[in-house]
Design a protein around this ligand. Structure first.
Ligand SMILES: [Zn+2]
Length: 300
């Protein structure tokens, strides 16, 4: 799908054609261009039947939406809130937030989607200078290991002619990686805070949803009965990660030492300080992955 999108976009940049030919079942058909009949890019799709079974759609331009999205993603990547220190030390981020706002303003200044669209339409768009500025800004925000990719992107945009337009795709792919870098960085920074507060938050959410008088009695019962049934098993448990079968008693002893890593203390209280019961009674553990030694945050 993504490849089809970029091919269609590239075709539009080269020739202005936005035609898509489909059959009556909605399956794509070899494109029959109707641009000579409708030379102006429409604001709403124009349908032209070619036969009883096939028709061509002359679609509105895809470029404005791409440019707007591109700018939004760039602004997201350099947004001040990407610094999670705002939660732990708000004063420390003030200066940085000002700098980020200045970068955002600069990007908005040099990246005007409407103007760029007009330039592309009239084939006078030269992305080399634009991407040099974008590269300089991104380098302030990316992890050092991304510097090389940013430099390559800037180089890529120096190609003569419309070929340089492809830099948009390369840049979007890089921005996606940067978004992941930010998410990972945020998780790392927030981990101690999350470990401290997740349990409290979940109990609060539980009470909000089920009422202040709600009890965790059933949950405790469920965890204990699952644990008891596992303890009662005489045979080891088949498990994909343990070819030699999983011995619950050994596994329980192993997990007991990992308690602070796997689960927050508030939730552990539910199972009377026995984290093993929680993991082995969810069903996920037995059918899926046994928690490894890697730190894990609970996903919900
Ligand atoms: Zn066409």
């Amino acid at each position: 799908m993504s490849e089809k999108y970029w091919n269609a976009l590239w075709e539009e940049v080269k020739s202005g054609c936005t035609c898509v030919t489909l059959d009556v079942y909605g399956k794509s058909h070899k494109t029959v261009c109707i641009c000579t009949r409708h030379p102006e890019t429409p604001t709403i799709p124009i349908i032209t039947p070619l036969s009883n079974f096939v028709y061509t759609l002359r679609l509105p331009s895809r470029i404005p939406a791409l440019l707007t999205e591109f700018l939004e993603v760039m602004l997201f990547v350099i947004q001040p809130l990407s610094n999670t220190a705002v939660y732990t030390n708000p004063n420390a981020v003030k200066e940085q937030a000002q700098e980020h706002s200045a970068h955002a303003a600069h990007l908005r200044e040099i990246f005007d989607p409407a103007l760029i669209y007009q330039e592309i339409k009239h084939k006078v768009f030269d992305p080399s200078g634009l991407f040099t500025h974008i590269g300089e800004t991104l380098k302030h925000h990316c992890a050092p290991m991304r510097d090389r990719a940013v430099e390559e992107l800037v180089q890529f945009a120096q190609q003569p002619g419309i070929e340089a337009f492809r830099a948009f795709r390369t840049c979007l792919e890089l921005l996606e990686l940067m978004k992941l870098d930010i998410a990972n960085h945020q998780l790392t920074q927030l981990r101690p805070w999350l470990l401290r507060n997740t349990g409290v938050f979940e109990v609060k959410a539980f009470k909000l949803r089920f009422g202040a008088d709600s009890s965790l009695h059933n949950t405790r019962e469920w965890l204990h009965s699952a644990r008891d049934s596992l303890l009662a098993r005489k045979k080891p448990i088949p498990h994909p990660s343990y070819p030699s079968l999983l011995d619950y008693h050994l596994f329980a002893a192993f997990l007991a030492h990992k308690q602070p890593i796997f689960i927050s203390s508030d939730v552990t209280d539910l199972a009377s300080h026995d984290p093993v019961a929680i993991f082995l009674s969810t069903g996920d553990t037995l059918s899926g992955q046994v928690p490894s030694g890697a730190p894990q945050l609970r996903g919900h």
